[in-house]
Design a protein around this ligand. Structure first.
Ligand code: BG6
Length: 520
């Protein structure tokens, strides 16, 4: 019955009519990395458990170290036991048969002919039909060279070199690229150009695991399958929106990566701007990848460029100080001496379009914060004419309606409204209505990567990012990363205590605007 409930869960996340994934080989570059063992393989195992994988399916992990298929399977088994929701030795053994390993240096041309041969053998023995899903789970510095080598080795036969007319027999080659997608606007554009020379846009899957999260997609349903939200979903009724993703963990052993990345690149440019796009977009014409992406692109492009003069009042950066179990960020091994990389960032962006003019969006992310929480807070304006001035209110004043859409750790939506306190004399209190996804539907959320991988095998890009979205996202955050950020970047060392809600300056930024962060 557990399995049935999992399957129901898949149906819930399914926004589009089910199309079966095609037979294929998933080629993972960076097979020995953390992402592969902690996320990708456990997610595929879950997908197999609910019968969502194609019947003819192979995983080929590519990495430098020599290793047999069996040795890799044993390593993965240990990790799946730890990270998948259910462990069943028999089911794993069955699934593990489709997992293989190929030793080679992806940055060297030499290995690609062997790789090609191995893939061809799969096609012959396992009916994978020449369909390849390349997954770049390597350091971003290797992306372009791997794409180039895939091209040189003629592993891409679709797209530009498409010649077959009979589409039912045509094989496809697609590529999934992990974040960080570029380091800034220019490098993202350069990576897009390289990809575009080898793959068609329809075969490029820029992944963002936040788009696999249940509530991000549920946003579409909340907004467009109801009548009561959309009419007030604009600057006339909404005072501001907060998009928050904070974590209790520090940077852990990812210091080298994190110190050259920082919270804005790691979280805001990617995940938080994607959440924003679903909140801010216009209704798509239909629930298709093209229509959804067209509207998301428009929303991200409407973000007003922050001028160098306004960076200081629109952004606050921070670095966590020392805690009981970890040193201050600047003192961690692997962090450059005197590093000014932010582990916390809060930024305010305006959206210049008819729907949102004058309604700011606040974005906030941080490591070592008071709690783990990913949420969207939509704060409505108080009524224009307040009949109840002078009537006692439990919290001192009418607060305005508030919709909180919690994405993690709990999936729930809460709506606050004002209510009369029973009895006399007349007094008012805020109350909340709550819909809890887990309780309501009795299903656990699936690992976000699973449904996303299946989508790529079905050729559905709805939940993947378009080239323009990524580049516009970079344009929106660049002022907080380039030289104009110098003022908010200096003296950030240890400006917030681990376990707190971030630097005091972030609260000041909000109170200057007459607002407050939702720290509940
Ligand atoms: C990753 C970031 O993309 O997302 C990490 O690189 C972050 O720094 C993680 O911890 C958060 O993901 P989730 O799903 O736990 O909210």
């Amino acid at each position: 019955s557990c399995l049935c409930r999992w399957f129901d869960a898949l149906l819930v996340v399914e926004l589009r009519p089910m199309r079966k994934p095609d037979p294929c080989v998933l080629v993972i570059f960076g097979a020995s990395g953390d992402l592969t063992s902690r996320k990708l393989i456990p997610a595929l195992y879950e997908m197999r458990a609910i019968g969502a994988l194609p019947e003819h399916f192979k995983v080929l992990g590519v990495s430098r170290r020599e290793k047999t298929d069996d040795a890799w399977r044993a390593e993965l088994a240990a990790s799946v036991q730890q990270h998948a929701k259910r462990w069943d030795a028999g089911r794993w053994a069955e699934f593990a048969k489709c997992i293989h390993y190929f030793a080679g240096d992806a940055a060297q041309t030499a290995m690609y002919s062997g790789l090609e041969e191995r893939l061809r053998k799969f096609d012959e023995e396992s009916s994978t039909r020449g369909n390849r899903l390349f997954y770049l789970s390597v350091g971003p510095e290797l992306y372009e060279s791997i794409v180039q080598r895939i091209e040189d080795a003629a592993l891409v036969t679709e797209g530009k070199r498409r010649c077959s007319i009979n589409s039912s027999e045509r094989s496809w080659q697609r590529i999934i690229i992990e974040k960080p997608f570029g380091h800034d606007e220019q490098s993202a554009a350069s990576l897009n150009r390289t990809l575009g020379r080898v793959f068609e846009e329809e075969d490029i899957y820029r992944i963002d695991h936040y788009l696999g999260k249940e509530v991000v997609q549920a946003m579409l349903v909340l907004r467009f399958a109801n009548t009561i939200f959309e009419p007030v979903w604009n600057h006339r009724y909404i005072d501001h929106v907060q998009v928050t993703a904070v974590e209790t963990v520090g940077v852990g052993n990812r210091t080298a990566f994190f110190d050259s990345t920082g919270a804005i690149r790691d979280m805001i440019q990617s995940h938080l701007l994607q959440i924003f796009a679903f909140v801010a977009m216009e209704p798509p014409t239909a629930i298709t990848a093209e229509d959804i992406r067209a509207e998301k692109i428009k929303a991200v492009r409407a973000i007003r460029p922050t001028t160098p003069e306004t960076v200081a009042t629109h952004g606050v950066l921070g670095q966590y100080g020392k805690s009981a179990d970890e040193g201050a960020y600047v003192d961690l091994p692997g962090v450059a001496k005197g590093s000014t990389t932010e582990t916390y960032a809060a930024i305010k962006l305006h959206v210049d379009n008819w729907r949102w003019a004058g309604t700011p969006f606040y974005f906030r992310t941080g490591k070592h914060m008071a709690k783990k929480c990913t949420e969207i807070v939509v704060q409505f304006k108080p009524p224009t004419a307040n009949l109840f001035t002078g009537i006692p209110h439990q919290s001192g004043k009418v607060l305005g309606n508030r919709l909180v859409i919690e994405i993690a750790p709990f999936q729930q939506t809460r709506l606050r409204f004002e209510s009369k306190v029973p009895g006399t004399p007349l007094s008012i209190a805020s109350v909340e209505m709550q819909a809890d996804f887990d309780k309501q539907f009795g299903v656990e959320a699936l690992e976000a990567y699973g449904p996303l991988l299946i989508d790529a095998m079905r050729g559905d890009q709805s939940l993947y990012k378009h080239r323009i979205e990524v580049e516009s996202g970079w344009a929106a955050v660049m002022p907080f990363l380039n030289s104009s950020s110098a003022t908010i970047r200096k003296s950030i060392a240890s400006n917030y205590a681990p376990g707190s809600w971030g630097p005091a300056a972030a609260d000041e930024m909000m109170s200057r605007d007459g607002r407050a962060w939702h720290n509940e």
